[in-house]
Design a protein around this ligand. Structure first.
Ligand SMILES: C[S@@+](CC[C@H](N)C(=O)[O-])C[C@H]1O[C@@H](n2cnc3c(N)ncnc32)[C@H](O)[C@@H]1O
Length: 251
């Protein structure tokens, strides 16, 4: 399939893949927003090193499809996202998975967090161009806002992709999630041995592993995993630990 000169997500083949894999299809308006997002990211990449994923097929699969695939198994959360669920995307980078989520769930409240100001400045341009009034940005570190009363235990859903080891991601995300809420850690590969150390980290943070799902991406047939941590108890006050510690000394 050569999409080189074609819009990133409006081909009939793509509509079929959305339907077959996610039982869903974007509206024409959402397709236009995906296309605008793609073009803005290409433009931003000329000045900033935002993402190495720039070919249309890759962008569609690794940025758009993958962002939605992470929440697909959780119908309850999809229902709440159609209402006014609060979501935080930790280490959003060029805006993934948070921006696609804010596009398809206009009633949800999406916070895009990154420690790099230049990335957040760029995301602010995207949000304004796409008129995404349900998304806002924060320049900070997960370890810092996890200790702020305004953010701690206040999100229904935390999403985190490509930000660190699973244990570090658990420590960044679970303190921000409400009791009963969910943290979704997007991963490439995953092994059974890693499950034991993640279970240990989750226990200490007030979470349990609810599901570990392996799936294959529809264009390149790559293996990916999503880890779903349910928050079942309050996170002890000393988590998250100070900046840098979750990465240096994973739980
Ligand atoms: C590899 S990028 C991933 C970007 C995006 N989530 C994706 O999957 O395309 C990791 C991002 O996480 C941010 N980051 C790393 N550690 C962080 C922390 N402790 N708090 C907030 N952002 C962090 C970095 O600035 C970077 O933009």
């Amino acid at each position: 399939m050569n999409l080189e000169s074609l819009p990133v997500s409006s081909l009939p083949e793509m509509a079929e893949i959305w339907q077959q894999t996610l039982n869903w299809q974007p509206t024409t308006q959402q397709q236009n927003q995906f296309q605008q997002l793609y073009e803005l990211i290409l433009e931003g990449n000329r000045q900033l090193n935002l993402t190495r994923i720039t070919e249309p097929e890759e962008f569609w699969e690794k940025h758009l499809w993958d962002s939605f695939r992470g929440i697909a198994p959780k119908q309850h959360f999809i229902d709440s996202l159609h209402q006014d669920a609060s979501v935080i995307d930790i280490g959003t980078g060029a805006g993934f998975p948070g921006i696609p989520i804010s596009i398809i769930f206009p009633n949800s409240q999406v916070t895009l967090l990154d420690s790099t100001r230049k990335k957040i400045n760029f995301i602010d341009i995207i949000l304004s161009n796409l008129s995404l009034i349900n998304a806002k940005t924060i320049v900070s570190r997960a370890e810092e806002i996890g200790q702020e009363p305004k953010h701690r235990q206040s999100y229904d859903l935390a999403l985190i992709r490509a930000v660190g080891t699973a244990s570090a991601c658990a420590e960044y995300s679970l303190p921000l999630v409400k009791k009963g809420g969910l943290a979704v850690i997007y991963r490439g590969s995953w092994t059974k041995e890693e499950t034991a150390s993640l279970q240990n980290a989750a226990n200490q943070l007030g979470g349990v592993i609810e599901l570990i799902e392996e799936f294959t991406t529809p264009l390149t047939q790559s293996i990916r995993h999503c880890l779903y941590l349910r928050k079942v108890a309050h996170t002890p006050v000393h988590f998250p630990r100070p900046v840098g510690i979750p990465k240096q000394k994973p739980l």
